[in-house]
Design a protein around this ligand. Sequence first.
Ligand code: ARG
Length: 462
Amino acid sequence: MNEVEKSWEKRLTGKPVEMTVDFVESLSIDKRLYKYDIVGSIAHAQMLAEKKLITKDEFKQIRDGLIQISEEIAAGRFVFEKKYEDIHMAIEAALIEKIGEAGKKLHTGRSRNDQVATDIRLWMRDEIEIVQAKITLLQKAFVKLAAKHTEDIMPGYTHLQRAQPVSIASYLLSFVERFERDFIRLKNCKTLLNLSPLGSGALAGSTLPLDRSNTKEQLGFSDITYNSIDAVSDRDFCAEFIFDCAMIATHLSGLAEDLILYCSNEFGFLWVDDAYCTSSSMMPQKRNLDVAELIRGKTGSVYGSLMAMLTVLKAQPSGYNRDLQEDKVHIFAAADTIEASLDMACAIISHSRFETREISAGLDEGFLDATALAEYLVGRGIAFRQAHGIVGSLVAECEKQNKKLSELTLDELKRQCAGVEADVYESLGATKVADKYVTEGAAGPKQAKRQIEYWTKQLGQR
Ligand code: ARG
């Protein structure tokens, strides 16, 4: 490409030193915005033509030139030169080089400040849809696996101690709920950001009669921003988007932790296909779930992006400041990491099986039925606090005798609590207990089946 002079070179004496060029350039990062930059520019040029600020013919030249540039970039034929600082200047320079005079009119009534604000919003709208689609795939994988395990019971944990029996399906569906909130958070983020800043100029708008609603309509924004000073500096949505990614990462890290534990010999609950396992360079027997450890580890970089983004925004004076250019590295990093982690989580869930035989073999260890026994006593007219104490004593006795609650004789039970009848045995044993859950949203097979129906319908519409 021949050298296209930057118009500000008339203002400054000489050229910036190499060090400055390297320090201020963002082209290496923001070139991935090229499609959005071009779409935004075509909309802007069309509006300029409709407002007779440029001619129809100039608009056509600009549009066709920009489309060609887009094709060149897509084909890898475009030479990115960092002296143009960012994707906006690189494309404009290429356009001027290609079509001459008409190209010099594209930037009429526009600043890179409202241009970049527009580009990021356009990019983020699409990116949110990509992340949402990946969330949906992961949710569907959970529902599919859950459907195989509604009747299979596993220990539910609190404090990583055996607590109460739950359907394996309910355990899996708990993740569908979490990721649903992430889906909704992203939807809300998109609603807030879907405003057109175009026409805000550098910070004060323009003396030219730009038609802001025209470009807003063309670009599919729901409205325009209503204060030009705010519009060029608002990156709230970037922090919010990264927060949403950070929350997804948090949820994925919890899932990863479970998967790692459940795949261990100590638990032996889960088998993940070899395609997603790695081994050790030294210990020949090893079969590790490094991918889950990496999902957990990558949470750190997403949190880092969030903290970095908030700090970029902190205490900037009003209007646009170049600090804002540092937004892109963080939104891109968060988006890339979360996309990769969601893909990997989805692959693992789609290629795992629960070791139901092993799980049921150990199911009656750990007094998972203790709470249900206390609730049985409540049904016999005993106050819960008292019932809690009675069952506590029974558990202590069982531990001494190395027995399960269901192995206590009716006499032994009656000795602690006279009100116990023979039907107590229907409330003992993990599987029986899970079948007795009656509350809405409980972790039993009945509720799991209803939830699977609900999610199959909901997710099927996406
Ligand atoms: N590359 C810049 C950014 O990402 C574009 C805006 C530059 N504006 C300016 N006045 N220097 O924010």
